[in-house]
Ligand binder design. Sequence first.
Ligand code: 2AM
Ligand code: CA
Ligand code: CA
Ligand code: CA
Length: 266
Amino acid sequence: MTNWSDIDTNAKGWIKEAAEIIKGSFSKTLDIQTKSNRNDLVTEIDKKIEQFFIGKIRKNYPEHKIIGEEGFGDKPKTMDGIIWIIDPIDGTMNFVHMQRNFAISIGIYENGVGMIGLIYDVVRDELYHAIKNKGAYMNELQLGPLEEVNIAESIIGINASWVTENKRIDSAILAPLVKDVRGTRSYGCAALEFAYVAAGRLDAYISLRLSPWDFAAGKILIEELGGDVTDLRGKPLNLLEQCSIFVSKPGLHEEVLKKFLCNGDW
Ligand code: 2AM
Ligand code: CA
Ligand code: CA
Ligand code: CA
């Protein structure tokens, strides 16, 4: 039998250790490289933190598999077994430019079912945390179930680039939604945007392209609180592939899909 409480305690301890390494880098000059384009950044700290987690997991749970953004883990073809999906630093651009508004994100799945979700806002020392069927917390504070809200009174997290000309969605699809809501916010850190929906600070979050490590932990957190996480067409997410993301409080999810997303030609 898997001892989830042991895994949970270890994961939290490693996250705090990793956070110290990250904070220790603030006073040093970073080696910054680019990945898919000139704004897609990675530093040696992203890589070091991923390797730190992989070292701990391999030693303690050699039978578990690991998917990490920086590619030091495994490349599983299925979700069979226990898989740790890790983003060592989510929001690398914020990490580099602001030294805040980034997070460590870890989702642990068993046969495709989300068991533990951990998102740690390193600088604010806020750990968003859920264990399946045991509730969701921000540090020691238990988060309440997500309540329904209507479009006109909601604040959604969305990057402005999705409402300008882009290759993934016609800007005419999302612009009317942006006009209808009370407000929009953009934090540049997908995991924290999930965490903010969980904590009730945002009502929804939209992205046209995220990878499993961006949403693995957030999905567990949101679903534990009764929120909905799908792609922008309302379909379930695939934990092994990139996809669009629509995370929302219940009710609002259905309303936005019906009114804005499921009838457009895109
Ligand atoms: P990252 O910082 O771990 O790369 C805003 O850029 C959000 O989108 C961040 O959570 C970022 O994660 C994620 N993201 C996903 N794909 C990205 C890409 N190709 N370039 C930059 N950010 C990306
Ligand atoms: Ca990245
Ligand atoms: Ca990320
Ligand atoms: Ca990252």
